[in-house]
Design a protein around this ligand. Sequence first.
Ligand code: E4P
Length: 218
Amino acid sequence: MKFFIDTANLDQIKEAQDLGVLDGVTTNPSLMAKEGITGEENIEQHYRKICEIVDGDVSAEVISTDFDGMVKEAEHLVTLHPQIVVKIPMTREGVKAIKYLNDKGIRVNCTLVFSAGQALLAAKAGATYVSPFIGRLDDISTDGVALIRQIVDIYNYYGFETQVLAASVRHTLHIIQVMEAGADVATCPLKPILGLLKHPLTDIGLEKFLNDHRNAGK
Ligand code: E4P
């Protein structure tokens, strides 16, 4: 399984990288805007900076919504750095673009996936990753983790190679749940990743070990 961090914040990406367990980064236009990164040149420069920090795949999303525009953007984005994976939205034009780009050897992360049917189309078109947004499903009283389980079952049954990238993962328990469901990747902000570290018995146990060591032989 892999951990991606879902942010465009360079400090948080560095912090996750320093932990030694980071496998990649996902971004989207909202996350770039949140960091105040605007303008084509700055955005491209930012993707390069992210790629220099991490070793793994970095998702960069297209802004176009038509086939020609998506393909043109994708072909340009992958020239920025070999780690770039192009994020294409799950639309009719998007599916056509995924198929075209896959045939050309360009790796795609199909984003904004909310159903098993959409995930099936992404896999058929040859996406490297499919990103079901589980938190946004939970937000509308629909079980996001159940969707991950369903997609994993379908992909396993038919032997699709598309990796299930659980996205919109909002908290630490979500990470455990999507891993139990068989997701290949979980992408989330830094906080839920750091949440995996925490257990009060670890803190209590460590304090006792250190105290016993200090008091030994007294
Ligand atoms: C995935 O790649 C998206 O960038 C992200 O996970 C969306 O998360 P959100 O629903 O918390 O905005």
